[in-house]
Design a binder for this molecule. Structure first.
Ligand code: ATP
Ligand code: MG
Length: 635
């Protein structure tokens, strides 16, 4: 077994040797001349001159050995549909889709905007783009027309692939009126629209740009479309960040570096082997969906399970039943889903045979200790928290069990992944932090393969946004704040934007949230900083209670408030004590489960939160507003 420390060291000290070896995991139609080109920092080019194709590596390559193995298992608890595609069938469907796209004028380098729910055609469309050398830009199906329009104008697609409708929690969401409105709003008018008709909703698209997929699929049923061999650094896709902190950035990804990085991550981080089955419960509209529903499992010859539905319909046991039914070996989701599952009857988890499951992976937001302890205990299997961003495409921090199974530490996603030269730095002077000292997580140049190459259409924004914020240092900023211990384990303390400054003491929102959530009554919590005339800033807490009825009376609430304050005092000191603890029944979050702290802070300071395109449920904001109003009424 390799030792993590040496493995990581080697990847940083000898990146060319390290990644040259990893590059053997994929097929190169033309070998690369150079592993790494650093002639134009902060841009980096990997595997220069090499020509390859993501679809070939994810699908065609496996036809020799695993044509009859399932590549994709699709389950929808919204429509009751289950479909299985072997690698051979997936290959056929992608070729049909690619032929249809080609007939509609899609060519290498052109953009295809994919605005689809979780249906197999989304996978076909993404891989068909990869096959043709076209650049896909998947836009999360929950976005409304103005956000879709903004992305259409940024990506300027020749084609938009959409469906009649999505479905969520039993509700049908018509897509075509949204697409219609987005096209009316957008400046870019030349896109055609390819419609996948699920027959869930009447289609209301303007006929002039509409093309129906089904008849074309029939027409191209036996098509074989050759893969375009792309230079490793040509763009494969553009994906916009979640937009938690403001205007989303179009993250541009390459071809060769991404393929190599993902294939390597399957072994070193996910311990996934060809023939395994992986279930990533995310959405194709997010980076976790791109990398770990689609590309990584297929690149490594796994079977991937794609799920449309919520974790609690028809009941909270559905995911565990999927594990049993499909003998899922690896599962990947976000802590927010686990917090939902934790509220379900514990018997539901016990009912299914989970013996196939080896590891549960979690990413996207901080994994709080109570949730981590609960799921680790309940499953009796390793739970691997991993930290990364849309920008990086694969984990930056994790226990890399395929390298060395270091012991996990509760509250920390682990240690820097190989390839990432990660340093915590003081934001004021840019100097590296000592162990135990809080700072911003930065990455040294060059970013490893698989990370963003630039901001789509805006190289300057890539430099200005990511490489210019740490004084005196040409480093990439994650804009996340953390702390690293003597053993190299990093704990994320929140986003740099969310850091609270109380009377000169800097506190991560996460620290206070972690303290509050250690109280048994607390199910979920958000802490924000608000302007305070005396202390500069004060912390405000918004908690969701496990059993709200128990604390319905004013007296019980007051007692709880005192207890919560005491918990924070004990763990962090009185300086971190929230000025007020508000009780709500839900917190404003993005559709990917991230807390919208900025929006809460705006309301608390009497400002409007602005446009929140990715909000899960706007009613949560109403609750925050009401809680604030009630408290100021009492004060
Ligand atoms: P935007 O950049 O547009 O504001 P976003 O940052 O929410 O959107 P993503 O790239 O989806 O978009 O999210 C990445 C962020 O999620 C990280 O920077 C970090 O703040 C948080 N995050 C991800 N994984 C973890 C984790 N395991 N622990 C703690 N935080 C995490
Ligand atoms: Mg971000």
């Amino acid at each position: 077994m390799t030792n993590y420390r040496d493995f990581h060291r080697r990847s940083i000290d000898h990146p060319e040797d390290f990644w040259r070896e990893e590059a053997r995991r994929i097929h190169w139609e033309t070998p690369f001349d150079k592993v790494l080109d650093t002639s134009n920092p902060p841009f980096a080019r990997w595997f220069v001159g090499g020509r390859t194709n993501l679809c070939h590596n994810a699908v065609d390559r496996h036809l020799v050995e695993r044509a009859q193995q399932n590549a994709l298992i699709y389950v929808s608890t919204e429509t009751g549909i289950e479909r299985r595609y072997t690698y051979a069938e997936l290959y056929a469907e992608i070729n049909r889709m690619a032929a249809v796209m080609r007939s509609l004028g899609v060519k290498r380098g052109e953009r295809v905007l994919i605005y689809l729910p979780m249906i197999p055609e989304a996978v076909f469309a993404m891989l068909a783009c990869a096959r043709l050398g076209a650049i896909h830009s998947v836009v999360f199906g929950g976005f409304a027309a103005p956000n879709l329009a903004a992305r259409i104008d940024d990506a300027k697609p020749v084609l938009i692939v959409t469906a009649d409708a999505g479905a969520r929690g039993g509700k049908v969401i018509d897509y075509t009126p949204l697409v219609d409105e987005a096209l009316a709003r957008a400046q870019h008018k030349t896109a055609q629209v390819l419609l996948i008709d699920r027959q869930l909703a009447p289609e209301r698209l303007n006929a002039s740009y509409l093309v129906n997929y089904e008849p074309l699929r029939e027409q191209f049923f036996d098509a074989h479309v050759p893969c375009e061999w792309l230079e490793s650094n040509e763009p494969s896709y553009v994906l916009y960040t979640s937009g938690t902190t403001g205007r989303p950035k179009g993250v541009q990804r390459d071809v060769g570096g991404y393929a190599v990085a993902l294939a390597a991550s399957m072994e070193y981080i996910f311990e996934g082997r060809a023939g395994d089955t992986m279930f990533t419960a995310s959405d194709i509209g997010w980076v976790v969906g791109h990398s770990y529903i689609i590309y990584a499992p297929l690149l490594a010859g796994l079977t991937t399970v794609m799920y449309e539905g919520t974790p609690i319909r028809p009941d909270g046991g559905i995911w565990w039943r999927l594990v049993e039914q499909y003998k899922i070996n690896l599962m990947f989701t976000a802590p927010t889903a686990l917090r939902v599952l934790k509220k379900q009857d514990p018997a539901l988890l016990k009912k299914s045979d989970l013996s196939s499951l080896r590891t549960l992976f979690l990413a996207g937001e901080p994994l709080d200790e109570p949730t981590a302890s609960w799921i680790t205990g309940a499953l009796g299997k390793p739970v691997v928290d991993n930290y990364w961003q849309t920008e990086t495409g694969w984990p930056m921090l994790a226990i890399q069990r395929g390298v060395e199974a270091l012991p996990p530490k509760l509250g920390s996603p682990g240690v820097p992944a190989y390839g990432y030269d990660l340093t915590l730095r003081n934001e004021a002077n840019g100097e590296p932090c000592a162990p135990g000292e809080k700072g911003v997580l930065t990455l040294g140049y060059p970013l490893p393969p698989g990370c963003m190459s630039t901001v789509w259409g805006d190289d300057q924004r890539f430099i200005d946004t990511y490489w210019s914020s740490v004084p005196g240092q040409a480093v990439y900023s994650t804009f996340d704040w953390g702390i690293q211990d003597d053993d190299g384990y990093v704990t994320i303390l929140g986003r740099t934007d969310d850091v609270i400054n109380v009377a000169g003491h800097r506190l991560g929102t996460r620290e206070i949230e972690e303290a509050l959530s250690s109280h048994a009554a607390v199910a979920e919590v958000a802490v924000v900083g608000v302007a305070d005339p005396v202390k500069g800033q004060a912390a405000l807490a918004f908690v969701v209670l496990r059993d709200a009825e128990r604390y319905a009376s004013d007296k019980a609430r007051a007692k709880l408030s005192t207890e919560l304050t005491a918990t924070v005092d004990r763990q962090l000191g009185a300086i971190a004590r929230p000025a007020h603890v508000h009780v709500v029944s839900m917190l404003p979050k993005t559709r990917s489960g991230k807390l919208l702290r900025r929006a809460i802070a705006a309301l608390a300071e009497g400002r409007e939160p602005g446009d929140l395109p990715t909000i899960e449920d706007p009613a949560a904001l109403v609750q925050v507003r009401e809680a604030l109003a009630a408290a100021s009424g009492k004060a």
